[in-house]
Design a protein around this ligand. Structure first.
Ligand code: TYM
Length: 327
């Protein structure tokens, strides 16, 4: 039997190159070796306010981008988190075994909470729900970008604590980072991670940005005061552009860019990105031309994974002594 893979993306903001290189590209590459489940985590998105109409659109857009980026809906299950109630149900059970101190330590929570006027309790619970996403399917492998590492450690801690309190119930999940692109930085500021929630126009490259926009953004990306690329001594901006280029086109190597003037180097990076995104954008337009297609994929994904989640919920309930009907 193939090991199970689980990962997810929030349908908030615009999916960007960091999401692609850190997650989606890796998912597409490994999906055939595993039984893969890829979630659009709408329950995570609502931990900060989302415009309801926009959220409903974004859920479908994100699913279409999964497929456009190479996730094959025959091979992998594409699932909206809220369509399988086991995620939320298990999250509650796990909440009850999670010490508050563990949640207070999460760096993403601290960073996000700082930006909110009032902090919803869901924001603190966020990583418990994430643990539930993984554990409800007994996933073995979780392919993510580096920013999720701390959350995954917590997921393992929670699983271990549950298992030791109530008996072996959950498989211990492993983090799987991509070899290149685990942490793509902002173009405007290579010391901060490229993120959906940073609003600067030159911060992120959206997966649906047109070629002219991609070229403009990369031309304006922050570098340093050197005139040309020194592969042994790249500043953070140049190193980030190199990582992006190499991840998009493995033929671009440190040797091949050595000595290039920044202007020419940026053109090379831009063309590597444009060539990567072009087929994704074409596929996206094809998919979204058919209004019913995405809904049929999401319904099929839900149908496939529902029994797995229901089985885990039953086991977890039994383990805790919650009510399960005798049949
Ligand atoms: P999210 O929606 O912020 O990001 C989705 C995926 O993209 C990766 N990523 C990056 N990788 C490299 N460089 C970057 N700048 C960059 N920004 C984002 C993330 O690491 C992630 O893999 N909490 C998660 C979603 C989630 C999840 C899960 C993931 C919910 N439940 C269960 C795995 C398993 C999140 O907000 O990802």
């Amino acid at each position: 039997m193939k090991a199970r893979v689980l990962s997810g993306v929030q349908p908030s903001g615009q999916l960007h190159l960091g999401n692609y290189l850190g997650a989606l590209k890796n998912w597409a590459e490994i999906q055939s070796n595993y039984e893969s489940i890829f979630c659009i985590v709408d329950l995570h998105a609502i931990t900060v306010y989302q415009d309801p109409k926009e959220l409903a659109e974004k859920i479908r857009e994100t699913a279409a981008l999964f497929i456009a980026a190479g996730i094959d809906p025959q091979e992998s299950s594409i699932v909206v988190q809220s369509s399988v109630s086991g995620h939320a149900e298990l999250a509650w059970m796990l909440t009850c075994v999670t010490p508050l101190g563990w949640l207070n330590r999460m760096t993403q929570y601290k960073a996000k909470a700082e930006k909110q006027e009032t902090v919803g309790a869901g924001l603190l619970q966020y990583p418990v729900l994430m643990a539930a996403d993984i554990l409800v399917y007994q996933a073995k492998i979780v392919p993510v970008g580096e920013d999720q590492s701390q959350h995954l450690e917590l997921a393992r801690d929670i699983a271990q604590r549950f298992n030791s309190m109530y008996g072996d119930t959950f498989v211990m999940p492993e983090t799987r980072l991509p070899a290149v692109g685990a942490r793509i930085m902002g173009l405007d500021d290579p010391t901060t991670k490229m993120s959906k929630s940073v609003s600067g126009t030159n911060h992120a490259i959206a997966l649906l940005d047109e070629p002219s926009i991609v070229r403009k953004k990369i031309a304006r990306a922050t570098t340093d005061s050197q005139p040309a690329v020194d592969p042994e001594n790249m500043g953070p901006g140049v190193a980030n552009l190199f990582t992006i280029a190499h991840a998009c086109d493995p033929f671009i190597t440190k040797n091949s860019v050595a000595g290039m003037r920044y202007g020419d180097f940026k053109k090379l990076v831009a063309e590597a990105v444009v060539s990567r995104l072009e087929p994704i954008q074409r596929k996206y337009r094809e998919i979204t031309a058919d209004r019913g297609y995405i809904d049929s994929v999401l319904l099929e994904g839900q149908r496939r994974v529902l029994p797995i989640a229901e089985n885990t919920i039953r086991n977890a309930k039994r383990a805790m002594g919650l009510y399960v009907a005798n049949r």
